[in-house]
Design a protein around this ligand. Structure first.
Ligand code: FRU
Ligand code: FRU
Ligand code: FRU
Length: 491
C-alpha cells in the first residue's frame, strides 16, 4: 500500500518463524500502530465513523435482547474447545463460559466481583430458528463460593474474583478450566492496601449433559499455575497496575506433544524507569515522519508496554508450566493486549488480541476492537494485519474526537464506539463479543450481554468484515455455534 502523506511507513516484518523457545519477540511498533490513524478519515464529522468500513463492525442497534433475562451481567465469553480451538457440543448441548456479575452492581463495578458462569443451549439449531436472544439457559456459577480464594497465601483480601480464561474438553467429559484467579486488597474507600494479585490458574471438573440440561461438577480445587516473573512479565513490584491474565491453551502441529499457552502480560520493566527503544518505534531508514526515541520516552508512552506471553506445559496433566519469552510486545503502543488467542488457517498462525481505545500510548490511537498479526509459527516476526496496522475489527469510532467513556461517551462520538468488546475469533472467522454501551452522550444504554456474531474473511495478511453474513454483516445475537460434537461423554 502507498504511504499516507504525513504518516510513517509501517515496519517491515518477515513473518519468519522461530523456535517457540527462542529469545525472539516480535514488535507491534509505533510505526505499525500509526497506520491505524493513517486510515482514519480526517474529514469524518461529528458522530460519523472515521474508520474504513471493511475493518469496522456494523453498527449494533440499541434494542438488543438480553441473553440472561437480566439475571446477570455478562461480558468476556469463551466456548468449550479442544487443543485446536474447535468448539464442542456435549451430548447435544452447546456450552459457553462467561464472566458474570450481579445485576445489583453497576456494570462498571463488575471487575472486582466477576465470577465464571456458564450457559447452554441445544446444538445444531440454525441461527434463524433460535429465539432472538440466542436461546441460552443460564446454568449458574462454576465454582462454589470460597474455592478460588484458597490459593492465596494472604487471605486478607477484600475482593476475590475470577477473570477470563479458556476451557478444554476431552472425550471422557473432563474439562480443564484455565482462568485468572485474582485477589484485591483494598480498604473501605477502595484504595489498594497492597497491589492486586492476579494468577493464571487451573481447575479440573466434569460436564454432565443430556437433553434436559447441563451440570458441571468437581470444580472444587484450584491449581496455581503461573505468577508473573519480573524477567519476561512485569510484576506488582515493578508496577502495581501490571496486567497478567487471560490464559488460552493450544497445541501446535509443528511441535507435536507440546501444549502452549498465550496470555496477557506487560514488558518486565519498572513503571517509572521504563524505556522504549528504536526497535519498539520501528521506523524505516530515512523515515521523514518518524519520532526520536527520546521524544517518545518523554511523552508518557512508556506507561503502555503490553505484551503477549507464551508458556509451555511441563507435564501431560497441564498442571506445571514454564514461561518462554513473550511472542509480541507493544511497547509504547498499548498497555493492554487482552485475551490473546492463536488461530490457525492455511498453514499460517494468526495471533488475535483485544485492546481498548483508552489503553493506547501517547501519540497512538485506535478503536476498541480486536487486533491481529500473522506469521509462520507461534513465535514469528508477526506481520500486523490490514495495511500493516494490526487493526482486525474495530467498533465504529471517530478518531477525530475524544472517546469519553462507556458511562459518558463523548458528545461527538459515533453511537457504536463502545458497542462491542472482548472479541473472540471462532472457527470459520466468526467473531463474538459483548455489548458495553450503545448510543450517544444523551441517549445510551449499557449492555452486559453478548452482541451479534459477525464474520471476518481472514486471508493472508488481511481480515475484512463479511457483509454478506447475516443481516448486512450482523449475525444472530449471542451466536456461538459448536463445529464438533462430543457424544457419550460422562453424562
Ligand atoms: C482427545 C480428543 C481431543 C478433543 C476431545 C473431544 O482427547 O479427541 O481432540 O479434545 O477428545 O473429542
Ligand atoms: C477497563 C479495565 C479492563 C481490566 C480492568 C481492570 O475496563 O482496564 O480492561 O480488565 O479494567 O480492573
Ligand atoms: C477483558 C478483560 C479481561 C479480564 C476481564 C476482567 O474485557 O479486561 O482482560 O480478564 O475483562 O473483567
Amino acid at each position: 500500500t502507498e504511504p499516507v502523506p504525513g504518516f510513517p511507513q509501517p515496519t517491515e516484518h518477515t513473518q519468519k518463524a522461530y523456535s517457540p523457545t527462542d529469545d525472539f519477540t516480535s514488535r507491534w511498533t509505533r510505526a505499525d500502530a500509526k497506520q491505524i490513524k493513517a486510515m482514519s478519515d480526517p474529514n469524518a464529522g461529528s458522530r460519523e465513523n472515521s474508520m474504513p468500513k471493511e475493518y469496522t463492525m456494523p453498527t449494533v442497534p440499541q434494542d438488543f435482547p438480553d441473553m440472561s433475562n437480566e439475571e446477570v451481567w455478562v461480558w468476556d465469553t469463551w466456548p468449550l474447545t479442544d487443543e485446536h480451538a474447535n468448539q464442542y457440543s456435549v451430548n447435544g448441548q452447546e456450552i459457553i463460559f462467561s464472566l458474570v456479575a450481579d445485576r445489583d452492581l453497576g456494570f462498571d463495578e463488575r471487575h472486582q466481583y466477576a465470577r465464571i458462569g456458564y450457559f447452554y443451549r441445544p446444538a445444531g439449531v440454525p441461527a434463524d430458528e433460535r429465539p432472538e436472544d440466542g436461546g441460552w439457559t443460564y446454568g449458574g456459577q462454576v465454582f462454589d463460593e470460597g474455592v478460588t480464594g484458597k490459593i492465596f497465601e494472604d487471605q486478607s483480601f477484600s475482593h476475590q474474583t475470577q477473570w477470563s480464561g479458556s476451557a478444554r474438553v476431552t472425550k471422557n467429559g473432563e474439562i480443564k478450566l484455565f482462568f485468572t484467579d485474582v485477589a484485591f486488597y483494598r480498604d473501605k474507600d477502595g484504595k489498594d492496601i497492597k497491589p492486586y494479585d492476579p494468577r493464571i490458574a487451573l481447575s479440573v471438573g466434569h460436564v454432565h449433559s443430556n437433553k434436559n440440561g447441563v451440570k458441571l461438577t468437581g470444580f472444587d480445587k484450584v491449581t496455581d499455575l503461573l505468577q508473573a516473573d519480573g524477567k519476561y512479565y512485569q510484576t506488582a513490584e515493578q508496577n502495581s497496575y501490571f496486567n497478567f491474565r487471560d490464559p488460552f491453551t493450544f497445541e501446535d502441529p509443528a511441535h507435536p506433544g507440546e501444549t502452549y499457552m498465550v496470555f496477557e502480560g506487560n514488558t518486565a520493566q519498572k513503571r517509572d524507569e521504563a524505556k522504549c527503544t528504536s526497535e519498539d518505534l520501528g521506523y524505516r531508514k530515512g523515515e521523514t515522519n518518524g519520532e526520536t526515541v527520546d521524544e517518545v520516552n518523554k511523552s508518557g508512552a512508556t506507561y503502555q508496554i503490553g505484551n503477549v506471553g507464551l508458556a509451555r506445559a511441563k507435564n501431560k496433566e497441564l498442571t506445571e508450566w514454564e514461561f518462554l519469552p513473550p511472542i509480541l510486545s507493544a511497547n509504547c503502543v498499548t498497555d493492554q493486549t487482552e485475551r490473546p488467542q492463536i488461530y490457525m488457517q492455511d498453514g499460517k498462525y494468526y495471533l488475535f488480541t483485544i485492546s481498548h481505545r483508552s489503553t493506547f500510548a501517547a501519540g497512538i490511537d485506535g478503536p476498541e476492537g480486536v487486533y491481529g498479526f500473522v506469521g509462520n509459527g507461534i513465535r514469528s516476526d508477526y506481520q500486523p494485519l490490514n495495511r500493516g496496522s494490526g487493526l482486525a475489527l474495530g467498533s465504529p469510532s471517530n478518531l477525530n474526537f475524544a472517546a469519553g467513556s462507556p458511562f459518558a461517551p463523548d458528545y461527538n462520538q459515533h453511537p457504536g464506539q463502545f458497542q462491542a468488546y472482548s472479541h473472540y475469533v471462532m472457527p470459520g472467522g466468526l467473531v463474538q463479543s459483548f455489548i458495553d454501551t450503545i448510543g450517544t452522550k444523551e441517549d445510551f444504554v449499557r449492555g452486559g450481554t453478548l452482541g451479534p456474531t459477525v464474520k471476518l474473511d481472514i486471508k493472508g495478511d488481511s481480515a475484512t468484515v463479511d457483509y454478506n453474513y447475516g443481516d448486512n454483516g450482523l449475525g444472530a445475537w449471542a451466536d456461538i455455534p459448536a463445529n464438533r460434537e462430543l457424544k457419550n461423554g460422562k453424562a
